[in-house]
Design a binder for this molecule. Sequence first.
Ligand code: ZN
Length: 242
Amino acid sequence: MPEPDTQPSGALVLFSGGQDSATCLAWALDRFERVETLGFAYGQRHAIELSCRDALRTGMTATRPDRAARLGPDHTLSLDALGQLSDTALTRDAAIALGTNGLPNTFVPGRNLLFLTFAAALATRRGLRHLVGGMCETDYSGYPDCRDDTIKALQVALNLGMDSRFVLHTPLMWLDKAQTWRLAETLGGKALVDLIREQSHSCYLGDRTHHHDWGYGCGTCPACDLRSSGWARYRADTAAHA
Ligand code: ZN
């Protein structure tokens, strides 16, 4: 088996076009010599999120030739089976609601296990060693497939099952949404914060018509609630330290 430092050091970023994955892309562009992106299509009704990816990729590299030189192709994998498996508001016209288990009914059981497994298969084909995802325990602790222990266990399983040395990175694991905005500011200043605020998309309802100080969205679904409260705390903290 080759030594780790002789292996390719490129990264594949799970890139949905949301705030978290956009921040992860900027994080990866500062760390890896080659960065490619991956989005999944599985019939979710906010397919608008996927269309935000181009604007974010372009915006992140437009004034940064160093980042432009590192950014490789964007990939999309169709996971229609996931849409077939889910009976949730992501794929049907049901209202967003929290179930008795505290999980939004948008939850697709174990989807991040599938995403990372497909990402590892693609990364093998592309010669990329690092997988980067926006999984986070802090805001969505109800999602068991986003927990740190799950990701660590999956890294072991992927490396055993694919005889590989993948490294799974989750730079947002212990950050809340306010701290994620702060990370974007650290990575790219106001320009990156503004880009992510305007071009990334989180709203479960796919609303790109209502504009708020935190970006576009319906303003009432759980994803918009999380995003707006995170933005408010980020701004309040910025003002307090100005
Ligand atoms: Zn919304």
